[in-house]
Write a protein that binds this ligand. Structure first.
Ligand code: KG4
Ligand code: ZN
Length: 349
């Protein structure tokens, strides 16, 4: 089955074509970073308008890159939630309408299921069952994954998501949006021992997270070392970035280990924008090796938002005969564990 995937849940317009027999045929992404940069974060209305401008040209580009005409497309997958409602509606309306015009089924995909399955696009994919750490700009969740479509929430952030915390720390250090990669880059120049930030909620049992206290701790440290321009000197900024990154990474590592032990599993999958973080990958690798467990992740461009993960997840659902009616429905809030199970899955599908 050949599926066109459309992602417009936030600030990237992304399109891909996935074929269950041939794999990923083409993918393209238009990032709206420049549109939102001057506001220091995503402006929902500007995001929607830009998706309207970019989506159809991107669909044409991807079809050409995949040497695919509409007769070869057998289904359309679009992100139906969670995300910004206006942005979601653009992808859903275009996806649903194209499917109607081409006489093929359309399926609304859960954005976080897309992230969760992205590592399955890699040459050496993880085997079920596994524990997944979903770490994006809007979510921090630990999920038990027994099979495709069988998700059980083990724990989640009670306040800020990990990516959101990175973005806020970046703002405090006067770094550009999106902040995660910028904080990570600056942290490489920092002394990881100079400041020790708290590892929130690791001293008590459970698999939930909280990053708002760490945010306040970061703000106070910046203020305590600020010079006349309101910022600490360059080296201190780098040291703060390093201390912040260490604290987030250590917290995630501790909870991942705990979740694997709780589920008696040896496979961890990390997905979502923060799973691109190099320090997180290194520290997980080391910590999990000690307990004989392994960690899997997608290539960096498929950790952040992309069309390939939506085409792939949508293809699995369409193969299981799941698709939408003619109405266009999006869900800005949508619990992952409310999704119906999928039973058809085989390694090469
Ligand atoms: O998954 P994603 O692209 O979008 C959402 O679904 O939210 O995740 C974006 C988040 C942003 O908060 C961004 O700062 C963070 O992922 N991020 C990173 C890195 N790359 C992206 N955080 C830390 N280190 C990175 N290398
Ligand atoms: Zn995402």
């Amino acid at each position: 089955m050949r599926v066109l995937g459309i992602e417009t849940s936030c600030d990237e317009t992304a399109v891909a074509i996935y074929d269950s027999g041939e794999g990923l045929l083409a993918h393209r992404l238009f990032s709206q970073v420049a549109v939102h940069a001057e506001y220091g974060g995503v402006v929902p209305e500007l995001a929607s308008r830009d998706h309207v401008r970019k989506l159809l040209p991107l669909v044409k580009e991807v079809m050409a890159a995949a040497h695919t005409t509409r007769e070869h497309i057998q289904g359309i997958a679009y992100t139906a939630g969670p995300g910004l409602i206006g942005a979601l509606l653009v992808g859903a309306c275009v996806g649903r309408s194209l499917a109607y015009a081409w006489g093929i089924p359309a399926v609304g995909v859960h954005h976080m299921e897309g992230h969760l399955l992205a590592p399955l696009l890699e040459p050496n994919p993880p085997q079920f069952p596994f524990v997944a750490l979903l770490v994006s700009g809007g979510h921090t969740q630990l999920v038990r994954v027994d099979a495709l479509g069988q998700y059980q929430l083990l724990g989640e952030s009670l306040d800020d998501a990990a990516g959101e915390a990175f973005d806020k720390a970046a703002k405090m250090l006067d770094l550009d949006y999106p902040g995660g990669p910028q904080v990570a880059r600056l942290a490489q120049l920092g002394d990881r021992q100079r400041f020790v930030f708290p590892r929130p909620m690791t001293d008590r049992p459970g698999l939930d997270f909280s990053f708002s206290g760490l945010k306040t701790f970061t703000l106070n440290t910046v203020a305590a070392h600020a010079g006349a321009n309101g910022l600490p000197d360059d080296q201190t900024c780098a040291d703060i970035a390093a201390a912040f990154e260490e604290a987030v990474v250590d917290t995630l590592v501790i909870k991942c280990r705990r979740a694997l032990e709780f589920c008696a599993m040896k496979t961890l999958v990390i997905a979502g924008g923060v799973s691109a973080n190099q320090r997180l990958r290194e520290k997980l690798q080391t910590a999990l090796q000690k307990i004989g467990a392994g960690v899997f992740y997608a290539r960096p461009e498929f950790c952040t938002d992309n069309g390939a993960m939506i085409a792939y997840a949508g293809c699995q659902r369409l193969l299981a005969q799941q698709h939408q009616g003619l109405n266009v429905e999006v869900k800005p809030r949508w619990p992952l564990d409310s999704l119906p199970p999928l039973t058809h899955y085989t390694r090469d599908s």
